[in-house]
Write a protein that binds this ligand. Structure first.
Ligand code: KG4
Ligand code: ZN
Length: 348
C-alpha cells in the first residue's frame, strides 16, 4: 500500500520538513539551519534554538508541501521527531505535527531521531542487504548498530564521552576555526599532512566497540599549549594549521574506521551504512571506500543532505511505523533521551 508522509524534525538546530512517498521516494526535503544564529556561542543555545524553530516551522512545512506539489489533505500521516533532543525544540515540531494531524485527521507517528539516522540506510537504498552495520556519528551521538531488519536494530557500542562531531567542534574551537567544527576542519585540512602530529587513537579494550574522543581533544590542547597552565596560545596558521587540522581529522576517522572493522570482523554483515553530520566528511567516505575489509561490503554512503539532520529520514522511519500499525496518540510527549541502549527494537 502506498503512503505519503510529512516528516518534521526540530530536535536540535535544524528546522526541517520533508515529504516522502513509500518510505524512500523523497519529493521534498527542506532544511533551515540555525548555524549562523549559534556560531558566536560555538554551540547550540537551547532557548535561541526553540524560538527560531517556532518562527520557522510553519513556513518550512509549507515550503516542503509546495515543493512536493501536495496539500495536507493528500498526506497519509505526519511523522515527527519526539526524542532525543532539547525538549523545548522537540515541543515545537510536536505541536506543529499534532495540529496538522488534528486538523486533517491524520495518524501521528513519533520517531526516535537516532534510529532515523540508522534508518537512512534504507532511505538511501531500500534494498539494503541484511544484516548491516550502521554508524551514526553526529554532534550529539556516536554509536554503532547491527541492523537485523528495518526498525530492528541492536546497539553494539556508543561513545563514553564526547561524540565524534563534538570532538571536531571542540578541536576546531582550539584551532581558532569557526563553528561547526567538522566542515571547518575538513576545509582547513586540505593539503595537510595527516601524520604531521602524533595524536592518540583511543580504542579502549581489545573487544570494545565503544568510542572515546575526549583524550584526543586534550592531546590537541597540549600540542597547542605544551606548558600546563600556560597562556592560551595564539591560533595556528598556514602549514601548521593545515597539518594540525589534517592530523586531528585523521585521528577521528581512524577511530571510526577501526571500530567499524572490529564490528565487521565480529558480526557477519553484508552491508555498511553511515548517517549523522560526521558522515558528510569527505575523508571518512574516502577511507571507507578504500578500506580493504570494509569496501568489500555493500557500502551505503547516503547523499550529504540525508546525513545531517533532515525531515526525510523522519518520514522514512515513520512510514515503517505506520505499516506496523504503530501510530501515536495526540498526547505524545517530547523526551530528552534516546531509546534505551542495548537492543533498541521498534517492533513490540
Ligand atoms: O547530525 P547533525 O547534523 O546534528 C546532530 O544530531 O548533532 O551533526 C552535526 C555534527 C557537528 O558536530 C558537525 O561539526 C558535524 O556534524 N559535521 C561534520 C561535517 N559536517 C557536519 N563533521 C565532519 N565533516 C563534515 N563535513
Ligand atoms: Zn542528528
Amino acid at each position: 500500500m502506498s503512503d505519503l508522509i510529512l516528516g518534521i524534525e526540530t530536535s536540535c538546530d535544524e528546522t526541517a520538513a520533508a515529504v516522502v512517498r513509500d518510505g524512500h521516494v523523497v519529493l521534498a526535503n527542506v532544511v533551515h539551519s540555525q548555524v549562523a544564529l549559534h556560531a558566536r556561542w560555538r554551540g547550540v543555545v537551547p532557548e535561541v534554538a526553540s524560538r527560531s524553530h517556532t518562527e520557522r516551522i510553519l513556513p518550512i512545512v509549507e515550503q516542503a508541501l509546495q515543493q512536493a506539489g501536495v496539500t495536507p489533505a493528500d498526506l497519509t500521516a505526519v511523522a515527527v521527531t519526539h526524542r532525543p533532543g532539547m525538549v523545548g525544540c522537540l515541543l515545537v515540531g510536536l505541536a506543529a505535527a499534532k495540529a496538522l494531524c488534528w486538523r486533517f485527521d491524520l495518524p501521528l507517528l513519533g520517531v526516535d531521531h537516532v534510529q532515523a539516522h540508522v534508518h537512512t540506510g534504507f532511505l538511501a537504498d531500500p534494498a539494503l542487504p541484511l544484516p548491516a552495520l550502521a554508524l551514526v556519528a553526529s554532534g550529539g551521538h556516536t554509536a554503532l548498530y547491527l541492523v537485523h531488519a528495518p526498525g530492528r536494530t541492536e546497539r553494539l557500542g556508543t561513545t563514553r564521552d564526547d561524540a565524534a562531531g563534538e570532538a571536531l567542534d571542540k578541536g576546531a574551537a582550539l584551532l581558532g576555526l569557526p563553528y561547526p567544527g567538522g566542515p571547518s576542519i575538513q576545509q582547513a585540512a586540505i593539503g595537510g599532512d595527516p601524520r604531521a602530529f602524533d595524536l592518540p587513537r583511543t580504542l579502549l579494550g581489545a573487544d570494545s566497540l565503544d568510542f572515546s574522543f575526549s583524550g584526543l581533544k586534550t592531546a590537541l590542547l597540549y600540542t597547542l599549549r605544551p606548558q600546563q597552565g600556560g597562556a592560551d596560545p595564539t591560533p595556528p596558521t598556514g602549514t601548521r594549521l593545515r597539518d594540525l587540522a589534517c592530523s586531528y581529522q585523521e585521528a577521528v576517522v581512524d577511530v571510526l574506521v577501526a571500530k567499524l572493522r572490529r564490528a565487521a570482523e565480529r558480526h557477519p554483515v553484508r552491508a555498511l551504512c553511515i548517517g549523522g553530520g560526521v558522515a558528510r566528511n569527505t575523508r571518512l567516505r574516502e577511507r571507507l571506500a578504500s578500506d580493504p575489509a570494509l569496501s568489500a561490503l555493500h557500502l551505503v554512503l547516503p547523499e550529504l543532505s540525508l546525513c545531517a539532520d533532515n525531515g526525510a529520514m523522519i518520514a522514512s522511519l515513520g512510514s515503517l511505523l505506520l505499516r506496523e500499525g504503530r501510530a501515536a496518540a495526540l498526547d505524545l510527549d517530547a523526551i530528552a533521551t534516546p531509546q534505551a541502549g542495548g537492543k533498541a527494537r521498534l517492533r513490540p
